[in-house]
Design a protein around this ligand. Structure first.
Ligand SMILES: Cc1ncc(COP(=O)(O)O)c(C=O)c1O
Length: 454
């Protein structure tokens, strides 16, 4: 960000880092002593937390987590949506215990009654007829991309620049300044250049989309209804309807990834905005943290897949769609508990109200310091960005990133008992989030900006 006193910011970061390190000796020890973990953490992205080492995890209930040093934090990260249902909600605990302890058996190769219940509930919410399951949103996307290529006989997909759909090879493509598709910076040893599998345009650019789809080689557009992994980039009025029309005109399928935009309501952004995708992918939150994922197909697409598979595509064994543990009994029981008793139709209204209040606090602090920042909200999810007005595309949003400023704000919050998502300035409300917790963030955020302004 221009006009920011960088030397002053450096000083603030140094102070917060020192406080963080002094407050968290056991977390530091955990990291330093992890000699058998690659990069000292169970998953390399855990090193993305600010402070030089991640907080060690001890316990979590509702919207609160306790770190290894005994500090309780309000959790607005919620496992980057994996814990959107809150941590260990009683209905989930009951269902998991019943499945493992009482009924017995986690994975068997046999379907359970829960599976049809969950599929029916997803159909009711999202409007798609047929569902299948995975253990992650990544796999739901991967497998569905194969199915849409099979159904259409077309080789490519189209994504919006700076979108994220999990570690799916075809999606790591951004639009370069030269207007061409490029492998995203940092893409780890791709098997093929993803620019050869994928077309890319900026979000909210219908003209660009029309131009790319006219080639007639795109099986499906894969998009979130709003980008949520490069800040929240909301669709302009008419954009999503325009995407649908262009897909229809060019015989292209439309996949909506609702993994994060589920925050928009019980039927995600699809139901809220009356969207008409051919397929949906979703994961993370459905199982309350128990590994799960799902993809839904319209009746028509399901029939096209079945017809196309007659040519010999193997949908049952080693054709490249599916996983041994996918659809396992525990995963299905967890999803049933979460959809049936936690993230219910009635749960979303209060979560959205809290997200609005969170955004109001942030906006008020930003305005009082006349900072050129913006706040975007999608239901229970809210995020601020160092740009005003809010960016309309992934590229514009990427250009507004400020790693040092983000580092400062996240550290400042953690040192005062508030946790934001390390990859974003994102806050998510769960059914257990309270107004006091939201207000605490408001106070801490305002203080952080006061110090920034001196
Ligand atoms: C929109 C979206 N889709 C898919 C994924 C992949 O989820 P997972 O890493 O749980 O497979 C993510 C992860 O952040 C996501 O944000």
């Amino acid at each position: 960000m221009e006009n920011l006193d960088r030397a002053h910011l450096d000083g603030l970061v140094a102070q917060e880092l020192q406080d963080y390190q002094e407050r968290h000796p056991r977390s530091r020890e955990l990291h330093e002593n992890a000699r058998h973990l690659f990069a000292r953490v169970p998953m390399t992205w855990m090193n993305k937390w600010p402070g030089g080492f991640p907080l060690g995890f001890s316990s979590a209930h509702g919207a609160l987590v306790t770190d290894l040093d005994g500090h309780e934090l309000v959790d607005f990260a919620l496992g980057d949506t994996g814990a959107f249902a809150g941590h260990s909600p009683p209905a989930l605990v009951r269902a998991v215990r019943e499945r493992i302890e009482h009924d017995g058996g986690v994975t068997t190769m046999m379907p359970t009654e829960d599976a049809e219940w969950v599929a029916a509930e997803l159909s009711r919410r999202f409007g798609l007829a047929k569902w299948s399951f995975s253990l992650s949103a990544t796999d739901a996307n991967r497998w569905l991309l194969r199915l849409v290529r099979l159904a259409t006989g077309r080789p490519k997909i189209l994504v919006f620049s700076y979108s994220y759909h999990g570690s799916v090879d075809e999606t790591f493509v951004v639009l370069g300044e030269d207007g061409r598709a490029h492998s995203r910076a940092g893409n780890v040893a791709p098997a093929v250049d993803p620019a050869s599998t994928t077309r890319v345009v900026e979000f909210n650019d219908l003209e660009g989309l029309a131009r790319e789809l006219r080639h007639g080689d795109v099986a499906a557009v894969l998009s979130e209804p709003a980008l949520t992994n490069i800040g929240i980039v909301l669709a302009q009025p008419g954009f999503l309807e325009g995407v649908r029309e262009l897909c229809d005109e060019t015989g292209t399928l439309l996949i909506l990834d609702e993994t994060h935009t589920f925050s928009a309501g019980p039927g995600g952004a699809t139901k809220r905005f009356g969207l008409r995708p051919d397929a949906i992918t979703i994961g993370k939150s459905l199982g309350g943290g128990v590994a799960c994922g799902a993809y839904g197909l319209s009746e028509q697409l399901a029939q096209r897949v079945r017809d196309a598979a007659r040519s010999g595509a193997d949908l049952v064994d080693v054709g490249g769609v599916g996983g041994t543990l996918a659809g396992n009994a525990l995963s299905m029981a967890a999803m049933r508990a979460v959809l049936g008793e936690v993230l219910t139709d009635d749960a979303f209204g209060p979560m959205e109200e809290l997200a609005t209040m969170f955004g109001d606090d942030v906006r008020a602090a930003i305005e009082s310091h006349e900072l050129p920042w913006s706040v975007s909200q999608l239901g229970a999810r809210v995020e601020y960005r160092f740009a005003h007005p809010a960016p309309l595309s992934g590229g514009a949003s990427a250009r507004s990133a400020d790693a040092e400023l983000e580092h400062y704000l996240h550290l400042y919050c953690i040192n005062r008992g508030v946790m934001l998502t390390p990859f974003h300035n994102m806050a998510l409300m769960c059914p257990a989030t309270t107004l006091d917790q939201v207000r605490l963030h408001g106070e801490v955020f305002r203080e952080a900006l006061d110090r920034l302004a001196r």
